[in-house]
Write a protein that binds this ligand. Sequence first.
Ligand SMILES: Nc1ncnc2c1ncn2[C@@H]1O[C@H](COP(=O)(O)OP(=O)(O)OP(=O)(O)O)[C@@H](O)[C@H]1O
Ligand SMILES: [Mg+2]
Length: 308
Amino acid sequence: MSVILSVENVTKTYDSGFEALKGVDLQIDEGEILALLGPNGAGKTTLISTICGITTPSSGRITVAGHDILSDYRQARRIIGLVPQELSLEPFEKVINTVRLSRGLFGKGRDEAYIEKILRQLSLWDKRNAKVMELSGGMKRRVLIAKALSHEPRVLFLDEPTAGVDVELRKDMWQVVEELKSNGVTIILTTHYIEEAEAIADRVGVINQGRILLVEPKVDLMQRMGRKQLTIELQDPVTDVPDSLKDYDLRASDDGNALIYCYDSNGPRTGITTLLADLQKAGLHMTDIQTHQSSLEEIFVDLVKETA
Ligand SMILES: Nc1ncnc2c1ncn2[C@@H]1O[C@H](COP(=O)(O)OP(=O)(O)OP(=O)(O)O)[C@@H](O)[C@H]1O
Ligand SMILES: [Mg+2]
């Protein structure tokens, strides 16, 4: 797969002196969906704005399909569609006109069939002659997406596309994103809904305080989520894991009242049956057992806490 977006060691210090990006590296393959997660103020919108040329980077290099966003701005910008975090629409304009206008702004010729296709895809065709101000919040967000798609971009940025959108609409939006992907569009979205990343992303990136902490294929993260913990509470406390049980991924709890066993719930065998038998052989008596599965949310919260 070829790299369509390359961000190399990008920093951004605002005029206020605030350092919002501290050396960001990111490579995105053509056709993938990347979900960028991070707490409020992490730098997600700053990164997207920098890539899209709304703000300029303080240092570093960004290319889109090989075009440098500074020296080759027009070519680079033409490839990009942006759905901004803030709703910014012309309230009195008809839906279809605002989408046509956006296309025109990018110097693309009229293509009514294409406009109809995206309005239908976003379930806005019935509302095409309504004024923007007559739409609900979720519909307005769809209009923003239609505008961002109006010039047929190859890379689409969605900055919190489903903020304030109800569950059903959110799922519709996921479907739209999947369809765009199947048409070859590369998608980078930010979200505060971890299940959104789980549902649609190929890779998940985590950013905090202007630094990318991790970018990993979702399946790898899911596999980590598949890690489960079994807590075995003991009748008599131990100071360490007995020698006969050293082959297990096992540790004693801080107070010694429990043994904690980590296993892969996706694997063919969990090893629990033999462990419990071996515990008995070692003369340990248990009073209770509990299982716990780490979620993407916990992985995310832990990561962000570590770097706070
Ligand atoms: N124009 C600006 N001037 C100065 N500081 C700014 C400006 N825009 C953003 N910042 C600061 O940069 C940091 C990152 O902001 P940014 O909007 O990129 O965060 P975010 O990750 O998108 O957060 P959210 O999840 O709330 O949208 C914040 O501390 C913010 O206050
Ligand atoms: Mg933001």
